[in-house]
Design a protein around this ligand. Structure first.
Ligand SMILES: CC(C)(COP(=O)(O)OP(=O)(O)OC[C@H]1O[C@@H](n2cnc3c(N)ncnc32)[C@H](O)[C@@H]1OP(=O)(O)O)[C@@H](O)C(=O)NCCC(=O)NCCS
Length: 169
Protein backbone atom coordinates (compact mmCIF):
# COMPACT_ATOMS: atom_id res chain seq x y z
CA UNK A 1 0.00 0.00 0.00
CA UNK A 2 1.43 3.43 -0.92
CA UNK A 3 2.73 5.36 2.06
CA UNK A 4 3.42 9.06 2.36
CA UNK A 5 6.73 9.87 4.06
CA UNK A 6 8.41 13.14 4.94
CA UNK A 7 11.56 13.47 2.82
CA UNK A 8 14.75 12.15 4.48
CA UNK A 9 18.44 11.89 3.52
CA UNK A 10 18.18 8.16 2.76
CA UNK A 11 15.45 8.74 0.16
CA UNK A 12 18.04 10.26 -2.19
CA UNK A 13 18.79 7.27 -4.49
CA UNK A 14 15.14 6.30 -4.99
CA UNK A 15 14.11 9.91 -5.49
CA UNK A 16 16.79 10.46 -8.11
CA UNK A 17 15.71 7.28 -9.93
CA UNK A 18 12.08 8.49 -9.87
CA UNK A 19 13.00 11.92 -11.27
CA UNK A 20 15.24 10.38 -13.96
CA UNK A 21 12.73 7.76 -15.11
CA UNK A 22 9.89 10.26 -15.35
CA UNK A 23 11.80 13.33 -16.52
CA UNK A 24 10.28 13.45 -20.01
CA UNK A 25 6.79 12.70 -18.72
CA UNK A 26 6.95 15.52 -16.15
CA UNK A 27 8.54 17.98 -18.58
CA UNK A 28 5.50 17.66 -20.85
CA UNK A 29 3.33 19.28 -18.13
CA UNK A 30 5.58 21.16 -15.71
CA UNK A 31 8.94 22.94 -16.04
CA UNK A 32 11.90 20.57 -16.41
CA UNK A 33 14.28 20.65 -13.45
CA UNK A 34 17.28 21.11 -15.73
CA UNK A 35 20.47 19.10 -16.18
CA UNK A 36 22.13 20.68 -13.13
CA UNK A 37 19.45 19.18 -10.86
CA UNK A 38 20.46 15.68 -11.96
CA UNK A 39 24.22 16.14 -12.01
CA UNK A 40 24.27 17.92 -8.64
CA UNK A 41 21.51 15.88 -7.06
CA UNK A 42 23.27 14.89 -3.81
CA UNK A 43 24.21 18.45 -2.90
CA UNK A 44 20.79 19.80 -3.86
CA UNK A 45 19.05 17.09 -1.82
CA UNK A 46 21.11 18.01 1.25
CA UNK A 47 20.44 21.70 0.72
CA UNK A 48 16.68 21.19 0.43
CA UNK A 49 16.63 19.01 3.55
CA UNK A 50 18.44 21.78 5.45
CA UNK A 51 15.79 24.22 4.25
CA UNK A 52 13.08 21.78 5.30
CA UNK A 53 14.66 21.53 8.77
CA UNK A 54 14.53 25.32 8.94
CA UNK A 55 10.79 25.23 8.22
CA UNK A 56 10.98 26.71 4.73
CA UNK A 57 9.45 23.69 2.96
CA UNK A 58 7.75 20.34 3.67
CA UNK A 59 8.65 17.62 1.16
CA UNK A 60 6.82 14.29 0.93
CA UNK A 61 7.32 11.19 -1.14
CA UNK A 62 4.86 8.43 -1.82
CA UNK A 63 6.56 5.04 -1.56
CA UNK A 64 5.47 1.54 -2.48
CA UNK A 65 6.66 0.17 0.85
CA UNK A 66 9.64 -1.45 -0.83
CA UNK A 67 11.76 1.65 -1.30
CA UNK A 68 10.57 2.81 -4.72
CA UNK A 69 9.18 6.32 -5.11
CA UNK A 70 5.74 6.51 -6.75
CA UNK A 71 5.19 10.23 -6.41
CA UNK A 72 5.83 13.45 -4.57
CA UNK A 73 3.73 16.16 -2.94
CA UNK A 74 5.67 19.20 -1.82
CA UNK A 75 4.81 22.32 0.12
CA UNK A 76 7.38 24.99 -0.70
CA UNK A 77 8.06 28.58 0.30
CA UNK A 78 6.26 28.41 3.62
CA UNK A 79 5.48 31.90 4.91
CA UNK A 80 2.76 33.53 6.97
CA UNK A 81 0.65 30.38 7.23
CA UNK A 82 0.75 29.64 3.52
CA UNK A 83 2.75 27.52 1.04
CA UNK A 84 2.79 26.46 -2.61
CA UNK A 85 1.73 22.88 -3.35
CA UNK A 86 3.27 20.81 -6.14
CA UNK A 87 2.53 17.20 -7.02
CA UNK A 88 3.81 14.60 -9.47
CA UNK A 89 3.19 10.88 -9.88
CA UNK A 90 5.35 8.34 -11.77
CA UNK A 91 3.88 7.85 -15.24
CA UNK A 92 3.28 4.13 -14.81
CA UNK A 93 1.34 4.71 -11.58
CA UNK A 94 -1.00 7.43 -12.86
CA UNK A 95 -4.74 6.91 -13.15
CA UNK A 96 -5.05 5.06 -9.81
CA UNK A 97 -6.07 7.94 -7.58
CA UNK A 98 -2.61 8.29 -6.04
CA UNK A 99 -2.30 12.05 -6.60
CA UNK A 100 -5.75 12.71 -5.20
CA UNK A 101 -5.18 10.69 -2.03
CA UNK A 102 -1.64 12.02 -1.48
CA UNK A 103 -2.65 15.67 -1.94
CA UNK A 104 -5.56 15.11 0.42
CA UNK A 105 -3.19 13.63 3.02
CA UNK A 106 -0.76 16.53 2.67
CA UNK A 107 -3.61 19.03 3.09
CA UNK A 108 -4.39 17.32 6.40
CA UNK A 109 -0.73 17.39 7.47
CA UNK A 110 -0.56 21.07 6.52
CA UNK A 111 -3.12 21.73 9.24
CA UNK A 112 -2.21 19.23 11.92
CA UNK A 113 1.60 19.18 11.63
CA UNK A 114 2.62 22.41 9.92
CA UNK A 115 0.02 24.89 11.19
CA UNK A 116 -0.79 26.31 7.75
CA UNK A 117 -4.06 28.02 6.89
CA UNK A 118 -3.91 28.32 3.10
CA UNK A 119 -2.19 26.57 0.19
CA UNK A 120 -1.64 27.81 -3.35
CA UNK A 121 -1.17 25.81 -6.55
CA UNK A 122 -1.01 26.54 -10.25
CA UNK A 123 -1.23 24.50 -13.42
CA UNK A 124 -1.64 24.97 -17.13
CA UNK A 125 -5.21 25.09 -18.37
CA UNK A 126 -4.62 22.00 -20.49
CA UNK A 127 -3.45 19.86 -17.51
CA UNK A 128 -6.75 18.09 -16.96
CA UNK A 129 -5.29 15.58 -14.53
CA UNK A 130 -3.85 18.22 -12.24
CA UNK A 131 -6.99 20.37 -12.41
CA UNK A 132 -9.11 17.35 -11.45
CA UNK A 133 -6.84 16.49 -8.52
CA UNK A 134 -6.90 20.08 -7.25
CA UNK A 135 -10.69 20.35 -7.58
CA UNK A 136 -11.20 17.05 -5.76
CA UNK A 137 -8.99 18.13 -2.88
CA UNK A 138 -10.74 21.42 -2.23
CA UNK A 139 -8.68 23.92 -4.26
CA UNK A 140 -10.69 26.68 -5.95
CA UNK A 141 -9.71 28.84 -8.91
CA UNK A 142 -8.16 32.12 -7.83
CA UNK A 143 -6.98 33.69 -11.08
CA UNK A 144 -4.92 33.21 -14.19
CA UNK A 145 -1.21 32.92 -14.80
CA UNK A 146 1.25 31.79 -17.47
CA UNK A 147 3.27 28.57 -17.12
CA UNK A 148 5.79 27.29 -19.64
CA UNK A 149 4.51 30.00 -22.03
CA UNK A 150 0.99 28.56 -21.81
CA UNK A 151 -2.19 29.89 -20.21
CA UNK A 152 -2.47 28.70 -16.64
CA UNK A 153 -4.71 28.86 -13.61
CA UNK A 154 -3.95 29.70 -9.99
CA UNK A 155 -5.76 27.89 -7.18
CA UNK A 156 -6.19 28.48 -3.45
CA UNK A 157 -7.08 25.98 -0.74
CA UNK A 158 -8.58 27.37 2.44
CA UNK A 159 -7.43 24.86 5.05
CA UNK A 160 -9.86 26.22 7.62
CA UNK A 161 -12.75 25.03 5.43
CA UNK A 162 -13.73 21.36 5.02
CA UNK A 163 -12.67 19.67 1.78
CA UNK A 164 -16.08 20.21 0.15
CA UNK A 165 -15.09 18.75 -3.21
CA UNK A 166 -13.34 15.71 -1.75
CA UNK A 167 -16.23 13.35 -2.08
CA UNK A 168 -18.43 15.27 -4.48
CA UNK A 169 -16.70 14.37 -7.74
C1 LIG B 1 -1.39 15.22 -12.88
C2 LIG B 1 -0.96 13.97 -12.11
C3 LIG B 1 -0.34 14.41 -10.80
C4 LIG B 1 -2.21 13.10 -11.85
O1 LIG B 1 -1.81 11.99 -11.07
P1 LIG B 1 -2.79 10.71 -10.90
O2 LIG B 1 -2.27 9.92 -9.75
O3 LIG B 1 -2.96 10.05 -12.19
O4 LIG B 1 -4.14 11.42 -10.49
P2 LIG B 1 -5.44 10.67 -9.99
O5 LIG B 1 -5.36 9.21 -10.32
O6 LIG B 1 -5.67 11.04 -8.57
O7 LIG B 1 -6.49 11.30 -10.99
C5 LIG B 1 -7.52 12.17 -10.66
C6 LIG B 1 -8.44 12.28 -11.86
O8 LIG B 1 -7.79 12.95 -12.92
C7 LIG B 1 -7.87 12.17 -14.09
N1 LIG B 1 -6.66 12.31 -14.86
C8 LIG B 1 -5.42 12.02 -14.47
N2 LIG B 1 -4.56 12.28 -15.47
C9 LIG B 1 -5.31 12.73 -16.52
C10 LIG B 1 -5.00 13.17 -17.83
N3 LIG B 1 -3.73 13.20 -18.28
N4 LIG B 1 -6.00 13.58 -18.61
C11 LIG B 1 -7.29 13.57 -18.19
N5 LIG B 1 -7.64 13.18 -16.94
C12 LIG B 1 -6.64 12.75 -16.12
C13 LIG B 1 -7.99 10.75 -13.60
O9 LIG B 1 -8.55 9.91 -14.58
C14 LIG B 1 -8.87 10.91 -12.40
O10 LIG B 1 -10.22 11.01 -12.77
P3 LIG B 1 -11.18 9.71 -12.68
O11 LIG B 1 -11.10 9.24 -11.26
O12 LIG B 1 -12.50 10.28 -13.05
O13 LIG B 1 -10.63 8.73 -13.64
C15 LIG B 1 0.07 13.12 -12.92
O14 LIG B 1 -0.47 12.84 -14.19
C16 LIG B 1 1.40 13.82 -13.09
O15 LIG B 1 2.28 13.70 -12.25
N6 LIG B 1 1.57 14.54 -14.22
C17 LIG B 1 2.83 15.20 -14.53
C18 LIG B 1 3.19 16.28 -13.52
C19 LIG B 1 2.05 17.25 -13.28
O16 LIG B 1 1.34 17.66 -14.18
N7 LIG B 1 1.90 17.64 -12.02
C20 LIG B 1 0.91 18.61 -11.61
C21 LIG B 1 1.54 19.94 -11.53
S1 LIG B 1 0.39 21.23 -11.13
Amino acid sequence: MPTLERLRPDHAPALLAFERENRAFFAASIPDRGDDYFTGFAARHAELLAEQAAGMHHFHILTDGGGAVLGRVNLVDVAEGSADLGHRIAERFTGRGLATSAVREVCALAVTEYGLITLRASTTRDNKGSRTVLARTGFVEAGTTTLMGKPGLRFDRDLTAPCRAATAT
